[in-house]
Design a protein around this ligand. Structure first.
Ligand code: NAD
Length: 252
């Protein structure tokens, strides 16, 4: 397989889109470095990878902590010597709530994980890829990074930041063999997405989101994984700074 011996690092690998993409990387010949702050679910993903005949390691890390990020990059290099692909994906959703009721602590947590986590991951992985002269980074933004949803302004802002950072870094590294792109999922059935219902009810707001998904259904994590694998691979060699939606037309 053409991806044999390629190394992919995935953050948020313990669940949803990260898990699904990790398995798909393994099925396509990549060795995977799985990162999550939930040790149990991260180890579970590693088992699922191994059950498919794949190879990888799990590293526990909180992507918002600089020393943890340095550690997962170091461990990936110690084990495999390089990082070909970085799926910078870990993120959290905001509780749906009126803007003025959002706790400052919640704002900080969302920004720490969704923005600082993406920044730190890129900061340390790009240093490795610069030495290699090659690499592909895919940052997970969101449909809300293009078109905010009601009652989650902070989350939307965090994902707008991911898109800005993706484009900004992409133009710095496009001529150094490092392609940086963003994927924007929307309405994908994962534990994160299912948790939305509970907090949404409390706001009394009836989401219009489904009326914008003209396919009349939500998406599956595997459908995002396919887009990520394409962006990771040498099939997308002229793509840098691209923002790829996988949202069934939600943002249109
Ligand atoms: P999920 O909750 O199923 O998975 C997220 C994973 O990230 C979990 O395993 C969690 O433990 C891990 N994680 C969270 N914070 C972390 C941290 N600080 N350090 C390390 N790991 C951490 O969610 P998902 O739906 O698969 O979401 C993945 C990404 O996709 C997120 O960035 C999310 O914002 C984005 N997204 C999802 C949807 C959707 O509809 N599901 C839509 C738009 C964007």
């Amino acid at each position: 397989m053409s991806n044999e011996n390629q190394i992919a690092v995935v953050t948020g690998a313990g669940s949803g889109i990260g898990r699904s993409t990790s398995i798909k990387f393994a099925e396509n010949g990549y060795k995977v470095v799985l990162v999550d702050f939930n040790e149990a679910t991260g180890e579970e993903t590693l088992k699922l990878v191994q059950n498919k005949g794949g190879e990888g390691i799990f590293i526990k890390a909180d992507v918002s902590k600089e020393e943890d990020v340095q550690n997962y990059v170091k461990k990936a290099i110690e084990k495999y010597g390089r990082i070909d692909v970085f799926f910078n994906n870990a993120g959290i959703i905001q509780k749906f709530a009126p803007f003025t009721t959002v706790e400052t602590k919640e704002y900080e947590r969302i920004m720490d994980i969704n923005v600082k986590g993406i920044f730190l991951g890129m900061k340390y992985v790009i240093q490795v890829m610069e030495k290699q002269g090659k690499g592909s980074i895919i940052n997970t933004a969101s449909s809300a990074g293009i078109r905010p949803e009601h009652s989650i302004a902070v989350y939307s802002a965090s994902k707008h930041a991911v898109i800005g950072m993706t484009k900004g870094a992409a133009i710095e590294y496009a001529n150094k063999g490092i392609r940086i792109n963003a994927v924007c999922p929307g309405g994908i059935v994962t534990p994160l997405f299912k948790s939305v219902g509970e907090t949404l009810e409390k706001t009394g707001y009836v989401p219009e989101e489904m009326s914008r998904v003209r396919m009349g259904r939500h998406g599956e994590p595997e459908e995002v994984a396919e887009a990520v694998l394409f962006l990771a691979s040498d099939k997308s060699t002229f793509m840098a700074g691209s923002v790829v939606t996988v949202d069934g037309s939600l943002t249109v």
